[in-house]
Design a protein around this ligand. Structure first.
Ligand SMILES: Cc1cc2nc3c(=O)[nH]c(=O)nc-3n(C[C@H](O)[C@H](O)[C@H](O)COP(=O)(O)OP(=O)(O)OC[C@H]3O[C@@H](n4cnc5c(N)ncnc54)[C@H](O)[C@@H]3O)c2cc1C
Length: 485
């Protein structure tokens, strides 16, 4: 399988921070306006930088028991588990560990509460939806145990998570989500205005559902902790090594610019990048998701905010916003605007429109921090299937090429666990959690219909969210709360 070049892929240096001026601007004036709106942010990166001890590129022929492609949460979890099972493992990573979504996400470790219950029920019925929910739930426990077992300090706070409404229009959805989740054993509690204020949740988040499970972590520290654990377990990690071409068969062959790896098994842990690698092209689509990070809040601002438990917040928008405090006392805000690039490309480029939308959301939800500057903006890719279900399985005549993708932006727990489960499957056992994910993933439309359908749907959801945002702005203005101009 020859891999198509990923046009527009920059792939060098710091993957995380937007190098200003950002985006594709129609004019210098527009660029200046955007820079002004973003403030004097510094392009110092998000969660990970290229490691000092970058591992050498693959050169020549190597053989192993398993080749893992991609060194994010999935690949590194698989590699660690495989090495602990006694396998000789080679990991091939195009850039460096954590370069993909694993080094760019919001750091919410969430379980089944993030499941798209209605979609799942329609598609796979109640019994299997329960299995998928159990899988997401197990992802939380798995990550917690990995942190413990490998002594990974990634500022994890098991604070639980809040899904918040920013306008009464969100209430019905939050309440029905609590009811449906309860049917699958997920206990969430409705927090009214008073309960939210008692927790110190900023007042723009009017009410919400709280789940006392999971929390937030620093994904950069988590993925770098996994990288260290993999190296300690004896995994051979080749960084700066791009998979260019592969063939399945009794022995799987993976060609890179200066070498070849051969093994009886291969794992594609390339998530959103997978369709461009000649696999699952018509099953999953990469979607670009962005994030901004503020400068650190000073002691006075933190005291004023008074958000002691630092619960990670997501909103009940159709395209959610996430707002969290980090251990370095910055605020990280993500999502809001999600886009698909024609041909399932994943160019490593900034997305100024997304950053501006996120900055506006930040200013609206935290009006008292209106002078807090933005220090960094970045974008990454998640992988989404038409039914929003995980896409984990095997392919090839001998079913010895494994993959895990399509986690719809819930990969901190789910992709970590998938890596571990695939390792068990390669050992010869099929864990029940893995078997529970088996289903027929619907095919995507061919291009250009896919581009039109996906981005059309995103625009429609955006318009629905904008209606709620406008109503929230009006309500905030009426209540005399400071609203973003
Ligand atoms: C902005 C943002 C916010 C998010 N927030 C959350 C959140 O709060 N909670 C949550 O659960 N999930 C979140 N996600 C999703 C989560 O980050 C991902 O699901 C998860 O990191 C996927 O891990 P992975 O290991 O499967 O893939 P990745 O981390 O994407 O790793 C894939 C790796 O494959 C490598 N690769 C690609 N092509 C090749 C090639 N040809 N040869 C060799 N290597 C290759 C890449 O360089 C990359 O390192 C978010 C994602 C984004 C972008």
């Amino acid at each position: 399988m020859v891999i198509e070049p990923n046009a527009g892929y920059a792939g060098t240096g710091n993957p995380i921070a937007a190098k200003g001026p950002i985006g594709d601007f129609a004019s210098r004036a527009q660029a200046d306006q955007t820079d002004a709106a973003l403030g004097k942010y510094r392009t110092i990166g998000g969660w990970v930088e290229k490691p000092q001890d970058i591992q050498r590129e693959l050169e020549g022929d190597v053989s192993a028991d398993v080749i893992v492609v991609g060194a994010g949460f999935a690949g590194l979890n698989a590699a660690i588990a495989l090495a602990n099972q006694g396998a000789r493992v080679v990991v091939i990573e195009r850039e460096f560990a954590g370069f993909g979504a694993s080094g760019r996400n919001a750091g919410y470790l969430a379980g089944g509460s993030g499941a798209k219950f209605d979609l799942f029920l329609d598609r796979i019925g109640r019994e299997q939806t329960q299995k998928v929910v159990d899988y997401f739930e197990a992802g939380v426990s798995h990550v917690e145990s990995m942190l413990e077992e490998h002594g990974i300090d990634c500022d994890y706070i098991a604070s639980g998570l809040i899904r918040a409404g920013i306008h009464p229009m969100h209430e019905a959805n939050i309440r029905s989500n609590i009811r449906t989740a309860a049917e699958f054993g997920i206990k969430m509690q409705f927090l009214d205005w008073a309960a939210m204020r008692a927790r110190g949740i900023p007042p723009a988040f009017l009410f919400g559902s709280y789940i006392n499970r999971g929390g937030t972590l620093d994904p950069g520290k988590y993925v770098m902790g996994l990288r260290r654990a993999a190296l300690e377990a004896g995994v051979t990690l080749y960084e700066n090594t791009e998979l260019l071409w592969w063939t399945a068969g009794r022995v799987v062959e993976a060609r890179t610019p200066r070498g070849i790896a051969r093994a009886p098994f291969m794992v594609f842990a390339t998530n959103a990048y997978t369709p461009r690698l000649g696999l699952l092209e018509n099953k999953v689509v990469p979607m670009r998701v962005s994030a901004i990070e503020t400068e650190p809040l000073c002691a006075e601002q933190l005291a004023q905010l008074n958000w002691p438990n630092r619960e990670g917040i997501v909103t009940a928008h159709r395209k959610m916003e996430s707002h969290r405090l980090t251990a370095r006392n910055t605020l990280v805000i993500t999502t809001k605007r999600v886009r698909y690039a024609f041909g399932s490309r994943t160019p490593n480029i900034p997305d100024s429109a997304a950053y501006l939308a996120l900055i506006r959301a930040f200013r609206e939800r935290f009006p008292t921090l209106k002078d807090l500057a933005i220090r960094a903006c970045w974008s990454g890719y998640i992988s989404v299937a038409g039914d929003a279900l995980p896409v984990v399985g095997a392919t090839g005549e001998r079913q010895n090429v494994f993959y895990t993708t399509g986690c719809s932006g819930h990969g901190v727990g789910a992709q970590s666990l998938a890596g571990r489960l695939l390792a068990e499957r390669i050992r010869g056992d099929e864990p029940a959690l893995l078997a529970g994910l088996r289903h027929q993933t619907p095919s995507t439309l061919p291009e250009p219909l896919r581009w039109c359908a996906v981005n059309g749907a995103m625009s429609m959801l955006g318009r629905m969210d904008e209606k709620v945002d406008r109503a929230a702005r009006a309500a905030a203005a009426c209540a005399g709360r400071q609203a973003f101009p």
